[in-house]
Design a protein around this ligand. Sequence first.
Ligand code: GTP
Ligand code: MG
Length: 138
Amino acid sequence: VERTLSMIKPDATNRNLTGKINAKFEEAGLRIVAQKRIHLSQAQAGAFYAEHAERPFYGELCEFMCSAPIIVQVLEGEGAILKNREVMGATNPANAADGTIRKDFALSVGENSVHGSDSPEAAAREISFYFSGLELVG
Ligand code: GTP
Ligand code: MG
C-alpha cells in the first residue's frame, strides 16, 4: 500500500481547519497513519523546500511555512500519492475543482492550505524528513 506526506499549512491551522481537512482525506479512503503538530524554523522550511530554491516565490513560501504551526502527516491507501493530490485540488484555488480542499479552504496560490508529495521519490524523502519508521502505524 502506498504512502504520501501531507502538510496542513499555517493558513489552515490558523483557521482551525485541521479536522475538516482530515475528514476529506478519510472520506477519500486515505488513512492517517502518522500525524504531529510542529512549528518549522526558517532553516527547516528552507531545507524541506530546497528543490524550489531557484523559484521566485521561495522566500515567501519559507516565511509562510514557518509563520505558525503546521500538521505533518502520513496518508496511506491505494494510489495514495495521486489520490491525495486529487483531494487537494489545483495549486491555485481559482483553478481547483469543486469539493477539493483548496477550492473549499485555500486563500491564494501561496496560502493554499495543504501540501502533498508529487512522486514516489518525493514521498519517501518527505516522509523521512519528518518521521522515523517507529512513528508510522499502519
Ligand atoms: P505542494 O503540494 O505544496 O508542493 O503544491 P504544488 O505541487 O501544487 O505546487 P508547487 O510544488 O509548484 O509549489 C509548492 C508551493 O509553493 C505551493 O503549494 C504554494 O504554496 C507555493 N507557490 C507556488 N506557486 C506560487 C506563487 O506563484 N506564489 C506564491 N507565493 N507561492 C507559490
Ligand atoms: Mg509540489
